[in-house]
Design a protein around this ligand. Sequence first.
Ligand code: ATP
Ligand code: MG
Length: 431
Amino acid sequence: MIFRHSLHIQTVNVVIEAFPNPRSVSSLDVLLNDVKVGTIVRTPGDFNAFSFEDSYRATGGVPVVSLSFRAVGGGLRKDPKPVPRALPAFFANLLPEDKLREAMEKHHAGSVRAGNDFDLLVALGADLPGAVRVVPGDGTVARLDDMPSPKPKARFSLAGVQMKLSVIKNTGKGGGLTLPLGDEQGSYIAKFPSTSFPAVSENEYANLALADAIGMEVPERELVEQSEFEGIPKEFETLSDGKVLLVKRFDRGTNGERIHIEDFAQVFGVNPSRKYEGAAYHDIAAALNVAVSSAAALECVRRLALAALTGNGDMHLKNWSLIYRGAGDKPDLAPVYDVLSTIPYISADAMALSLAGERPFKALNVQRWKAFANRARLPEAAVLNAVVDTVERVDKFWWSLPEREVIPAKVRERIDAHIRMMTPILGTCAN
Ligand SMILES: Nc1ncnc2c1ncn2[C@@H]1O[C@H](COP(=O)(O)OP(=O)(O)OP(=O)(O)O)[C@@H](O)[C@H]1O
Ligand SMILES: [Mg+2]
């Protein structure tokens, strides 16, 4: 897709005058949209404790912050245990990981200590995934004189390891993409290419198009030239060439309103470092079946079949989310995101989580799906149907999908070979 106007990354958030040094903050208010739901307190021994607000407890926990906080019989569970040096899992999962985290720590150097979750949450808490905001509490003494420099800073947080920025797409005269200023929120995620994975943007772009073509809910996206961005702070620059994937954020509404989401590491109360092992796929499907609907659980099965077919070994706990639209009392399965074929880059790759005890793509025959159905407490026939239907749809759309042409031949051939190899294996579900 051709992006007609030039893109400009200008300067970044300018809330600096009102922004305290994270090191001097010891208490944070947790808001869900404008409702205060609780407080995070950092104790002198560097323990971080989260506790719910009484007024929020009195609502029984609506709107919902996270299923992980809900008791089986309804209402809220006890407050989570204080954690030494890190944040309770729900909040730790709101922070950027790896490269983006390092870049943010560098960007906020002097006020955010490397590896300190609480400091980072203070710096980024006003622009988190979903509708949660974490802002310095009333008792905080802002020591503005501690600020090393008055330069405006970027203050958005997105999880994941790839270098990415939350950006605004300007319409009208001039157009272009800019980082959010002041109270503005980015409505798009710009994912930058990687030196380790050639054509990763094109790969994900085509995979998102495939998911869309076979009837899944997929955000709008386009490929844009990296050379068209301007003024990205140098900590965020990637040294690799190639296009940038721009994806519309489903956790921001048309008027910039926040729509709450939580990923499945948050749903299961698992730390981000355990996103490849904290649960199995049948746990996700079972949770969807109970908390959303059997249709959502079967949509999960379709996404799993698609991942197996396309050789996507990265569908870990943070690549599945719930979305709370409307009153925020009931979740839905969030749209598809972060889908790409990892098989061209890691030829021995396997599913990111275990599917009925197995991860290798080749092991995913009818026996595995039956065992999976059992563990997820889903009807076997419905699961097998969802797999077969996904295989048929991919076969119908992939080979003539216009977006597949953007993937360089060398990468595309490996994806094609994997789909050809997997089609008969998943096809065993038809008998
Ligand atoms: N379209 C979207 N709308 C809202 N939030 C999104 C969207 N796409 C991604 N996210 C959020 O941003 C995070 C990072 O995005 P994404 O998973 O695409 O990045 P990544 O760096 O490729 O991740 P990974 O570490 O899995 O490789 C996701 O975990 C999710 O919370
Ligand atoms: Mg991801």
